[in-house]
Ligand binder design. Structure first.
Ligand code: PGA
Length: 249
Protein backbone atom coordinates (compact mmCIF):
# COMPACT_ATOMS: atom_id res chain seq x y z
CA UNK A 1 0.00 0.00 0.00
CA UNK A 2 1.54 3.30 -1.07
CA UNK A 3 0.67 6.25 1.16
CA UNK A 4 -0.17 9.42 -0.81
CA UNK A 5 2.54 12.04 -0.43
CA UNK A 6 2.04 15.73 -1.22
CA UNK A 7 5.18 17.85 -0.96
CA UNK A 8 5.52 21.60 -1.32
CA UNK A 9 8.54 23.04 -3.11
CA UNK A 10 9.06 26.63 -2.06
CA UNK A 11 11.99 27.20 -4.45
CA UNK A 12 13.68 30.53 -3.55
CA UNK A 13 10.66 32.04 -1.83
CA UNK A 14 9.97 33.05 1.79
CA UNK A 15 12.28 34.62 4.34
CA UNK A 16 12.46 33.39 7.91
CA UNK A 17 9.53 35.46 9.16
CA UNK A 18 7.34 34.32 6.27
CA UNK A 19 8.36 30.69 6.80
CA UNK A 20 7.38 30.85 10.48
CA UNK A 21 4.07 32.52 9.61
CA UNK A 22 3.32 29.80 7.08
CA UNK A 23 4.21 27.04 9.56
CA UNK A 24 1.98 28.47 12.29
CA UNK A 25 -0.96 28.89 9.92
CA UNK A 26 -0.48 25.50 8.26
CA UNK A 27 -0.26 23.64 11.56
CA UNK A 28 -3.67 25.02 12.52
CA UNK A 29 -5.20 23.81 9.26
CA UNK A 30 -3.48 20.43 9.16
CA UNK A 31 -4.88 17.42 10.93
CA UNK A 32 -3.32 14.00 10.78
CA UNK A 33 -4.70 12.41 7.65
CA UNK A 34 -3.76 9.36 5.65
CA UNK A 35 -1.76 11.68 3.41
CA UNK A 36 1.89 12.44 4.12
CA UNK A 37 3.06 15.97 3.58
CA UNK A 38 6.26 17.99 3.67
CA UNK A 39 7.61 21.42 2.82
CA UNK A 40 10.88 21.66 0.87
CA UNK A 41 12.34 25.05 1.67
CA UNK A 42 15.49 27.13 1.17
CA UNK A 43 18.42 25.96 3.33
CA UNK A 44 18.24 28.98 5.65
CA UNK A 45 14.60 28.28 6.59
CA UNK A 46 15.00 24.55 7.31
CA UNK A 47 15.87 24.87 10.99
CA UNK A 48 12.81 26.93 11.92
CA UNK A 49 10.52 24.62 9.95
CA UNK A 50 11.92 21.49 11.62
CA UNK A 51 11.33 23.16 14.98
CA UNK A 52 7.84 24.41 14.09
CA UNK A 53 6.66 21.06 12.66
CA UNK A 54 8.09 18.89 15.47
CA UNK A 55 5.49 16.33 16.57
CA UNK A 56 2.98 17.30 13.86
CA UNK A 57 3.84 14.64 11.27
CA UNK A 58 4.57 17.38 8.72
CA UNK A 59 7.95 16.72 7.10
CA UNK A 60 10.67 19.13 6.04
CA UNK A 61 12.86 18.83 2.97
CA UNK A 62 15.86 20.56 1.41
CA UNK A 63 15.99 21.30 -2.31
CA UNK A 64 19.57 20.18 -3.03
CA UNK A 65 22.70 18.78 -1.40
CA UNK A 66 26.30 17.99 -2.31
CA UNK A 67 27.54 14.42 -2.69
CA UNK A 68 30.88 14.89 -0.88
CA UNK A 69 31.20 14.83 2.93
CA UNK A 70 33.08 18.12 3.06
CA UNK A 71 35.62 20.07 1.07
CA UNK A 72 36.39 23.18 -0.91
CA UNK A 73 32.94 23.50 -2.51
CA UNK A 74 31.96 27.11 -1.99
CA UNK A 75 28.24 27.61 -1.67
CA UNK A 76 27.39 23.93 -1.20
CA UNK A 77 25.67 22.09 1.67
CA UNK A 78 26.51 18.48 2.59
CA UNK A 79 24.17 15.64 3.49
CA UNK A 80 25.73 15.58 6.98
CA UNK A 81 24.76 19.23 7.45
CA UNK A 82 21.18 18.43 6.46
CA UNK A 83 21.14 15.46 8.85
CA UNK A 84 22.25 17.74 11.65
CA UNK A 85 19.23 20.00 11.05
CA UNK A 86 16.93 16.97 10.98
CA UNK A 87 15.35 17.18 7.53
CA UNK A 88 13.32 14.26 6.22
CA UNK A 89 13.55 14.76 2.46
CA UNK A 90 15.76 16.29 -0.21
CA UNK A 91 14.67 17.24 -3.72
CA UNK A 92 17.26 16.06 -6.25
CA UNK A 93 17.56 16.88 -9.93
CA UNK A 94 14.78 19.46 -10.16
CA UNK A 95 14.56 20.74 -13.74
CA UNK A 96 15.51 24.25 -12.57
CA UNK A 97 18.75 22.84 -11.16
CA UNK A 98 19.37 20.85 -14.31
CA UNK A 99 18.69 23.94 -16.44
CA UNK A 100 20.37 26.76 -14.49
CA UNK A 101 22.94 25.04 -12.28
CA UNK A 102 24.45 22.40 -14.56
CA UNK A 103 22.96 19.48 -12.64
CA UNK A 104 23.53 16.31 -14.68
CA UNK A 105 22.30 12.75 -14.38
CA UNK A 106 25.80 11.90 -13.15
CA UNK A 107 25.68 14.36 -10.21
CA UNK A 108 22.07 13.38 -9.53
CA UNK A 109 23.18 9.77 -9.26
CA UNK A 110 26.02 10.65 -6.85
CA UNK A 111 23.63 12.68 -4.69
CA UNK A 112 21.06 9.85 -4.56
CA UNK A 113 23.76 7.39 -3.50
CA UNK A 114 25.04 9.75 -0.82
CA UNK A 115 21.58 10.36 0.64
CA UNK A 116 20.54 6.71 0.53
CA UNK A 117 23.80 5.32 1.89
CA UNK A 118 24.73 7.91 4.50
CA UNK A 119 21.42 9.20 5.81
CA UNK A 120 17.78 8.45 6.38
CA UNK A 121 16.83 11.45 4.24
CA UNK A 122 14.49 10.38 1.46
CA UNK A 123 15.34 11.75 -1.98
CA UNK A 124 12.57 13.23 -4.12
CA UNK A 125 14.03 12.67 -7.58
CA UNK A 126 12.64 14.90 -10.34
CA UNK A 127 12.50 13.82 -13.97
CA UNK A 128 10.64 15.23 -16.97
CA UNK A 129 10.83 16.36 -20.57
CA UNK A 130 10.84 19.89 -21.99
CA UNK A 131 8.38 21.29 -24.53
CA UNK A 132 10.55 20.57 -27.60
CA UNK A 133 10.99 16.98 -26.51
CA UNK A 134 7.25 16.61 -25.88
CA UNK A 135 6.38 18.11 -29.27
CA UNK A 136 8.85 15.75 -30.95
CA UNK A 137 7.15 12.80 -29.22
CA UNK A 138 10.32 11.96 -27.29
CA UNK A 139 8.97 12.28 -23.75
CA UNK A 140 9.04 8.57 -22.93
CA UNK A 141 12.57 8.04 -24.24
CA UNK A 142 13.82 11.11 -22.38
CA UNK A 143 12.26 10.18 -19.05
CA UNK A 144 13.27 6.53 -19.14
CA UNK A 145 16.85 7.51 -20.10
CA UNK A 146 16.96 9.97 -17.18
CA UNK A 147 15.74 7.29 -14.79
CA UNK A 148 18.26 4.73 -16.01
CA UNK A 149 21.14 7.17 -15.60
CA UNK A 150 19.92 8.54 -12.26
CA UNK A 151 19.43 5.03 -10.78
CA UNK A 152 22.78 3.68 -12.04
CA UNK A 153 24.26 1.34 -9.39
CA UNK A 154 21.40 1.62 -6.87
CA UNK A 155 20.33 -1.65 -5.26
CA UNK A 156 16.66 -2.58 -5.32
CA UNK A 157 16.38 -1.85 -1.60
CA UNK A 158 17.74 1.65 -2.25
CA UNK A 159 15.54 2.18 -5.29
CA UNK A 160 12.41 1.21 -3.35
CA UNK A 161 12.94 4.09 -0.90
CA UNK A 162 12.82 6.83 -3.53
CA UNK A 163 10.09 9.28 -4.24
CA UNK A 164 10.02 10.20 -7.93
CA UNK A 165 8.38 13.36 -9.17
CA UNK A 166 7.45 13.33 -12.84
CA UNK A 167 7.43 17.01 -13.78
CA UNK A 168 6.99 17.97 -17.42
CA UNK A 169 9.08 21.13 -17.69
CA UNK A 170 6.47 22.81 -19.90
CA UNK A 171 3.95 22.56 -17.05
CA UNK A 172 6.12 24.04 -14.28
CA UNK A 173 5.07 27.51 -13.18
CA UNK A 174 3.25 28.02 -16.47
CA UNK A 175 -0.30 27.32 -15.33
CA UNK A 176 -0.33 24.65 -18.04
CA UNK A 177 -0.99 21.34 -16.28
CA UNK A 178 -0.55 18.04 -18.04
CA UNK A 179 -3.96 16.45 -18.47
CA UNK A 180 -4.65 13.72 -15.91
CA UNK A 181 -4.30 11.18 -18.72
CA UNK A 182 -0.94 12.59 -19.83
CA UNK A 183 0.29 12.61 -16.23
CA UNK A 184 -0.99 9.07 -15.64
CA UNK A 185 0.63 7.79 -18.83
CA UNK A 186 4.02 9.18 -17.83
CA UNK A 187 3.80 8.06 -14.20
CA UNK A 188 2.95 4.57 -15.51
CA UNK A 189 6.04 4.77 -17.71
CA UNK A 190 8.15 5.70 -14.67
CA UNK A 191 6.83 2.67 -12.80
CA UNK A 192 7.35 0.36 -15.78
CA UNK A 193 10.93 1.58 -16.23
CA UNK A 194 11.64 0.79 -12.57
CA UNK A 195 10.10 -2.63 -13.00
CA UNK A 196 12.38 -3.25 -15.99
CA UNK A 197 15.44 -2.10 -14.04
CA UNK A 198 14.49 -4.05 -10.88
CA UNK A 199 11.27 -5.99 -10.40
CA UNK A 200 7.57 -5.66 -9.67
CA UNK A 201 8.05 -5.63 -5.90
CA UNK A 202 10.38 -2.64 -6.16
CA UNK A 203 8.26 -0.62 -8.56
CA UNK A 204 5.19 -1.25 -6.40
CA UNK A 205 6.90 0.45 -3.46
CA UNK A 206 8.14 3.60 -5.19
CA UNK A 207 6.04 6.72 -4.59
CA UNK A 208 5.46 8.57 -7.85
CA UNK A 209 4.34 12.19 -7.75
CA UNK A 210 3.15 14.44 -10.52
CA UNK A 211 4.37 18.03 -10.50
CA UNK A 212 3.60 21.05 -12.66
CA UNK A 213 0.93 23.65 -11.88
CA UNK A 214 -0.87 21.49 -9.34
CA UNK A 215 -3.47 23.60 -7.55
CA UNK A 216 -6.59 23.06 -5.42
CA UNK A 217 -8.75 23.06 -8.57
CA UNK A 218 -6.97 20.13 -10.26
CA UNK A 219 -5.52 18.16 -7.33
CA UNK A 220 -8.40 15.71 -6.89
CA UNK A 221 -8.49 14.75 -10.55
CA UNK A 222 -4.74 14.18 -10.61
CA UNK A 223 -4.65 12.28 -7.32
CA UNK A 224 -7.47 9.99 -8.47
CA UNK A 225 -5.26 8.49 -11.17
CA UNK A 226 -4.04 4.94 -10.42
CA UNK A 227 -0.33 5.45 -10.96
CA UNK A 228 -0.09 8.86 -9.29
CA UNK A 229 0.69 8.63 -5.58
CA UNK A 230 1.24 12.28 -4.84
CA UNK A 231 2.19 15.73 -6.03
CA UNK A 232 5.15 18.07 -5.91
CA UNK A 233 3.62 21.51 -5.62
CA UNK A 234 5.46 24.75 -6.34
CA UNK A 235 3.48 28.00 -6.43
CA UNK A 236 0.39 26.69 -4.66
CA UNK A 237 2.47 25.48 -1.69
CA UNK A 238 3.33 29.06 -0.70
CA UNK A 239 -0.16 29.77 0.62
CA UNK A 240 -1.29 27.65 3.62
CA UNK A 241 -4.99 27.75 2.63
CA UNK A 242 -4.20 26.54 -0.90
CA UNK A 243 -1.67 23.93 0.11
CA UNK A 244 -3.98 22.39 2.72
CA UNK A 245 -6.70 22.06 0.09
CA UNK A 246 -4.31 20.05 -2.05
CA UNK A 247 -3.20 17.91 0.90
CA UNK A 248 -6.88 17.24 1.67
CA UNK A 249 -7.68 16.49 -1.96
P1 PGA B 1 4.59 24.67 -9.95
O1 PGA B 1 6.06 24.06 -9.66
O2 PGA B 1 3.63 23.90 -9.10
O3 PGA B 1 4.71 26.11 -9.53
O4 PGA B 1 4.33 24.50 -11.40
C1 PGA B 1 6.25 22.68 -9.52
C2 PGA B 1 7.72 22.38 -9.28
O5 PGA B 1 8.58 23.02 -9.88
O6 PGA B 1 8.05 21.48 -8.47
Amino acid sequence: MRIPFIAGNWKMYKNKKEAIEFAEAFKKLYYDTDVKTAICAPFTQLDVLVEAFKGTGIGVGAQNCHFEDEGAFTGEVSVGMLKEIGVDYCVIGHSERRQYFAETDETVNLKLKKLLRDSEIIPILCVGENLDQREAGQEKDIVSAQLKADFEGLTKEEAAKLVIAYEPIWAIGTGKTATPDQAEEMCALVRKTIEEMYDEETCDKVIIQYGGSVKPENATEIMNMDEIDGALVGGASLVPEKFIEIVNF
